[in-house]
Design a protein around this ligand. Sequence first.
Ligand code: SF4
Length: 703
Amino acid sequence: GSNPSRQCVKTTCPYCGVGCGVAATVDEAGNATIAGDPDHPANFGRLCSKGAALAETLDLDGRLLRPWVDGRPASWETALDLVARRFAETIAEHGPDSVAFYVSGQCLTEDYYVANKLMKGFIGSANIDTNSRLCMASTVAGHRRAFGSDTVPGCYTDLEQADLVVLVGSNLAWCHPVLFQRLVAARAARPAMRIVAIDPRRTVTAEEADLHLAIRPNSDAALFNGLLAHLADTGAVDRAFLAAHTEGFDQALAATRGLAPAALADATGLDPAAIARFYALFRETRRVVTVFSQGVNQSTGGTDKVNAILNCHLATGRIGRPGTGPFSVTGQPNAMGGREVGGLANQLAAHMEIENPAHRDVVRRFWNAPRLAERPGLKAVELFQAIEAGRVKAVWIMCTNPADSLPEADRVVAALRACPFVVVSEAMADTDTTRLADVLLPAAAWGEKDGTVTNSERRISRQRAFRRAPGEARPDWWALTRVACRLGFADAFPYRNAAEIFREHAALSEFDNDGSRDFDIGPLVGLSDAAYDAMAPVQWPVRDLGDTGLPDRRLFGDGRFFTPSGKARLIPIAAPQPVPMPERMFVLNTGRVRDHWHTLTRTGLSPRLTAHLAEPFAEIHPDDAHRLGASEAGLLRIKNSRGAILVRALVTDRVQPGSVFVPMHWTDRFASAARVDAVVPADTDPISGQPGSKAAAVRVEAY
Ligand code: SF4
């Protein structure tokens, strides 16, 4: 700007997977002003309420400013010595699988890379999993089944170029607001465009849609199986595309025949005319994008739901071309970056597979790894159950709050309390998880550290520091590197800055990559420190060092997939039969609100954001409220065998009779007994390991 005392730093919003560019202007006193970055291709200057209020969350009140050991302040040296010693002793006595890391879709790619390398390559266990397991693991599994790789084919402009956008299990208006703004603006400019929302609740998103299908929970696979059958029966499948580029269509189609059209209305709870209208829109529209999010993923049948959707796009060739494709939007800012470095317990690095011996050989040689993990590690829910059972005896939790956010949260708290050694890296001093730590490590937060994130359209953007980290806070990669050195791996962890880590990550992506792996950012290995600092947002695959990531790029336009045959796979899906809810039980749905993020550790600091919805609540249908004798704003007790919570009744016909909706954000620190995950069962999808967080059976009583 014109005022030399003000400095403008371009960075990225730390909240949702849209990954908006942010311009932070800092004055001499260190006060930051936040605006949208007009040049960032995710948002072109737009911000939502959460991004716009970022400056209100920078206060240092409540920050963790120095390491603590056993409840007493300690030096970094003392804390790191203890972490290394306890991990080394545990590994020596009980083997590498007795230790674990639990990380986060909010870690920067560089932190993630170092954590994954240390655990999988040097400690020799794959016990590193991430809260992204709760976010998009079912999509990863579905992509890999269909495409042979975890590839998001499209880009945000596809939503603007489509003539039909189908939103499944996605409250895009609140959870990915800037992408929703882009979608609604595109429809305003092209009124023929249609939006269909498939969601049990009449969300703000559903109200904006041209057609809302208030589907019965967990019947999405039945609906999309029905669509596949309808497309086949009406001659709407693309036979040439199917023959040239796919396999498995006949089996996938045969699996849809289990459900007669009349039974479909029963299974989905939908009006047959509404189903017919949706099917006709899909059949008649060439340019269709299907956006899906947590309503699909957070389910015990999540992976099947994903493939039921992908089947319909593959059967009609609606993939890889402008305005077409299935499109997963991630909850967190760096769920994609985590996938790219292998932050999930069943992945390796650079989108390689831990169960593939050739991939393991590539990574072993590249890292010169002494003991590369040979089999998948424990997925999030299993990991905490292994802590509970005493099989995992030392855990390092980074950038996440599992005492609130994992299902059966009360069990998670008890497990951590009983765990012999718990390390927590955190920016905030007091969370429900920091209270359970033996060692607390102060983490640098957003605005204080450098690195990269990848958003939902595969676009890698820099997060840049614009203020000093307070006290003794340090980036997570730094703490990991210091521990790696103490464990005797100094040669493999020589990093002095984030740029060095990023170049290694880029080099691994192209190492022995003959084109059979989708993730390739190889040219970026040539970035100097200064060029890394100045790096513009770029979509992968990256073509050359000067790549600007524009124009937008999609994959699979050539009909070539990353399976051994090069063909995409349609997967036969057995849609589950509807399970009747036991008498007097309700279905509990969970999700986000517009202005809060996760467990409130950051957005809870902003008065403006807190004003939108100040308290935890349960949406309940007027008929149910009447029957229970619950009054508007009276208290409801929601309970099952796992636990109980107490929240205010929000009486509304947005929810269907027999169901309640409770937001996921509030914790016991902000309202007593409001942790919704206390009543969410730890039941997971058998393929992805993702918990079903949106269909718990609960009792509801007026309190
Ligand atoms: Fe941040 Fe997401 Fe809002 Fe963009 S849409 S400003 S990334 S929270």
